[in-house]
Design a protein around this ligand. Structure first.
Ligand SMILES: *[C@@H]1O[C@H](CO)[C@@H](O)[C@H](O)[C@H]1NC(C)=O
Ligand SMILES: *[C@@H]1O[C@H](CO)[C@@H](O)[C@H](O)[C@H]1NC(C)=O
Length: 341
């Protein structure tokens, strides 16, 4: 006969490996570490991209927009984007960073062969910053004609035609010189938002000092459109990255990807940024840090109209988030509403 304590400890022993197996599914998933080899690998990529860009790119008659898709699944609205890009061959490039653990269907059409070397990513962790920087570096290296860099997720949809997007971005030139244009970055940069202090001290009380005093700490949407000049600022940075890569002690206040880019660009070139984003998101009734996710019955021409409206002089160009089932109703109004402007 086995004694009860023996059976108990045996059962406990058996359950230990099970606990390790299940823990990542139970615990808040904020712990994908950035290993030293990954960090060095990134650094080498950023160095190469920075070196290749030491002289300004020759003025090009047809500057391009680099569309950077940061995903951990298939690009949900690929057919809609396909239609968006149709016929614009020389005006854009696409780059995709997919989490290597994601099970993806083979990419087709404009997305085929557009993947860059991806590494593990996790929401609300510095891995999202690294992934965005990898996309920027890959796009900088790939084509000197890339003048704007638009970061999007698999849940994003366009709200206007490609022509409209292209003209909006390139009309932001402040220089009045066709040879050396000075575009602005469309990135949300906010100060004095509620909860900012909690986010600032999420890694520990004084750890952000002296590089990032609280007075310089900013928040903004993770999705932005950066100029080439600012993309370079981002991949050259090592000072702020050393701070923002630190793990959080307070998981509920940890969204480094919403702070790193706005803080860095607000410190480096506040006048060169619009301080607002072109990607519409509906935070009304948000749950667990997720914005409102639109479902098929909500997809109407009126919705597209109201999503475009912004408080700035610019119309929103992209929006998130939409349930995958919205693809069909969105395709139905693509030509008659979304791409008609
Ligand atoms: C934003 O989401 C709320 C539900 O959370 C919805 O009632 C509202 O209509 C949405 N706003 C827009 C502009 O779609
Ligand atoms: C515009 O500003 C008002 C007042 O600050 C705000 O309630 C509203 O949500 C803003 N709209 C958008 C689309 O950002």
């Amino acid at each position: 006969m086995f004694s009860t304590p023996f059976v108990l400890s045996f059962a406990l022993l058996l359950s230990l490996p099970l606990l390790f197996l299940l823990a990542p599914r139970i615990l808040p998933p904020r712990n994908v570490p950035i290993s030293l080899p990954d960090e060095l690998d990134d650094l080498a990529l950023f160095r190469r991209a920075a070196l290749a860009s030491t002289s300004p790119p020759p003025p090009t008659p047809t500057p391009k927009i680099a569309f950077l898709f940061l995903t951990n699944s298939d690009i949900t609205f690929a057919p809609l984007w396909e239609r968006f890009f149709h016929g614009q061959n020389h005006l854009y490039n696409i780059y995709i960073h997919a989490d290597p653990t994601a099970r993806l269907s083979p990419a087709t059409g404009v997305f085929k062969g557009r993947f860059i070397a991806g590494k593990r990513t996790q929401r609300a962790s510095p891995t999202l910053i690294s992934a965005a920087r990898r996309l920027l570096a890959a796009a900088l290296l790939d084509d000197p004609a890339n003048a704007f860099f638009a970061l999007l997720s698999q849940h994003c949809v366009p709200l206007h035609s490609f022509r409209f997007v292209y003209h909006t971005l390139f009309a932001s030139d402040l220089s009045r010189s066709s040879h050396y244009p000075k575009y602005r970055s469309f990135i949300e940069i906010l100060n004095g938002e509620p909860g900012l202090w909690e986010r600032y001290i999420a890694r520990g009380d004084d750890v952000m000092l002296p590089e990032v005093p609280f007075s310089e700490f900013r928040v903004g949407s993770q999705f932005f459109v950066l100029t080439r000049r600012h993309a370079l600022v981002v991949i050259r940075d090592r000072r702020l990255w050393r701070k923002f890569r630190l793990p959080c002690r307070k998981a509920e206040s940890c969204y480094p990807e919403e702070h790193y880019f706005p803080t860095l660009l607000s410190m480096e070139d506040p006048k060169g940024c619009t301080h607002f984003t072109l990607t519409r998101v509906n935070w009304t009734g948000s749950t667990g840090g997720h914005p409102h996710t639109y479902v098929p019955p909500e997809i109407t021409p009126e919705l597209i109209g109201s999503l475009r409206k912004s408080n700035s002089t610019y119309s929103f160009l992209f929006a998130r988030k939409f349930a995958a089932a919205c693809l069909e109703p969105l395709m139905k109004i693509a030509d008659s509403v979304i791409f008609r402007d």
